[in-house]
Design a protein around this ligand. Structure first.
Ligand code: ATP
Ligand code: MG
Length: 359
């Protein structure tokens, strides 16, 4: 029944470097999926923001960019950054200019050992299947602080971490809900409340309060230093993790390395209130060393698109897509970063063939 089809509009912002290659690869695959399954309709509309746009207009995004984005159900983002523009200009010009005003306060990264990637741990009995939740709007990266007596022997620089009860409570609630939605219903709250006695103690207190509303979720607290040890030594004891902007920045890189490769790591920037469209992107950047060679691994962006499908309400299509991607990887059709000999389009074609078999 065509009339009852779920129909979605997605803003496609490929950005720079391999961002354009992996987003175009992903659109091919998702369009094929929608056409084959016939259970939903999806339109990707191309938005040309990025470094070329900046060089022509002096801005990374259009002046009405927030209104533009609010017309869509979600944003599929590639990467931003170019060797000839300082990173803090490109990053604040595009990605951070979206995250803040749209209040995408939950950064969510699923981490799993993936067919074709080599996990550096011996996980024969102890596999990795984690969900990392990073507070994405305040904390150590609030930009509060300053410098006095610059260059003098007695110079002082402060970098103040800002934690608000509202900010901590909303990410904590989101993390408990995430943990509840997963089979093991297990959450670890990461802090450093032994040596930081204000903000981190607030985190502990809020965790204990919010936990009362989730009697079915098992949770524990862990200091961030001890958590690095647990991730390496006892990966099977972990399911969902929540922590601050800085702590989860570091732990999510560790997690990506433990799972095998940055070329497969996806990320969601969510507005859990659903007032604004959420943004989905691979963890990796624009990677100019391989741009134009056609060898970028598109799997991180496929997976990001699957997370996007789940978020907009197409869970079944998402798991079918991931099934196809996993079968292609398990068959050894891999890009060079995973030790394979395929190029980006080779992986796209193989996944599209798998998708066709769903029809
Ligand atoms: P950014 O500055 O935004 O972090 P970057 O250009 O430094 O971007 P990274 O994403 O940090 O690139 O990736 C580091 C290296 O890993 C790249 O230079 C590239 O060689 C490799 N790499 C990253 N993503 C991929 C991918 N999708 N496929 C293959 N190799 C990748
Ligand atoms: Mg980098």
């Amino acid at each position: 029944n065509m009339a009852s089809k779920n129909s979605y509009r997605i803003a496609s912002v490929p950005g720079d470097g391999i961002g354009t290659e992996v987003v175009s690869a992903t659109i091919q695959v998702v369009e094929k999926l929608a056409k084959t399954l016939g259970t939903f309709k999806i339109d990707f509309e191309h938005i040309p923001w990025g470094t070329e746009y900046y060089k022509q207009t002096g801005r990374y995004v259009s002046e009405d960019y927030l209104d533009t984005l609010r017309k869509y159900d979600a944003v599929l983002f590639g990467a931003v950054g170019s060797p000839d523009v300082p990173d803090h200009i490109s990053l604040w010009g595009l990605l951070l200019a979206i995250r803040g005003p749209l209040q995408l306060y939950a950064n969510v990264r699923p981490v799993r050992t993936f067919p074709g990637t080599k996990c550096p741990l011996n996980t024969a009995t102890d596999g990795i299947d984690w969900m990392l939740v990073r507070e994405n709007s305040e904390g150590e990266y609030a930009g509060q602080g300053g410098r006095s007596h610059v260059g003098q022997q007695w110079e002082v620089a402060t970098e103040v971490a800002v934690f608000t009860r509202v900010g901590v409570e909303r990410i904590m609630r989101f993390a408990f809900e995430t943990a509840r939605s997963r089979p093991r219903k297990l959450l670890t709250v990461v802090t450093k409340s032994n040596s930081m006695r204000n903000g981190m103690v607030l985190w502990d207190e809020v965790a204990a309060t919010v936990a009362n509303d989730f009697p079915d979720v098992k949770w524990d607290k862990m200091l961030v230093d001890a958590m690095t040890v647990r991730m390496v030594a006892k990966p099977g004891s972990i399911d969902t993790i929540v922590g601050t902007n800085l702590h989860m920045d570091i732990l999510s890189d560790l997690a990506a390395a433990l799972a095998g490769s940055i070329g497969v790591a996806p990320s969601s920037n969510l507005d859990p209130t659903r007032k604004n469209p959420s943004l989905f992107e691979p963890v990796h950047g624009s990677a100019f060393d391989i741009t134009g060679k056609g060898v970028a691994n598109p799997v991180a962006t496929f997976w990001s698109a699957a997370e996007m499908l789940i978020w907009i309400g197409e869970k079944d299509a998402a798991s079918k897509l991931m099934g196809c991607v996993e079968r292609v990887c398990a068959a050894g059709i891999l890009t060079p970063d995973l030790g394979g000999t395929s190029d980006t389009q080779g992986v796209v074609d193989a996944v599209c063939l798998e998708v066709e078999k769903l029809g």
